[in-house]
Design a protein. Sequence first.
Length: 63
Amino acid sequence: MQKPTIAIIGPGRAGSALGRALRSAGYPIAAIGGRNPDNVRNLAQELGARACQSPATAIDLAD
């Protein structure tokens, strides 16, 4: 069974830790969305995900 693609909303401490843990567990991270563009961009680059200005856009890219 294929793992669902994930969107991380809020790339702060908790969101970043969750994203890293999910990626390490083999879940594809589709997008990162949040209010701080620098945090969004940095985490998206780290996880190989798309950086989204809008959480709604990030959610649309996930399963």
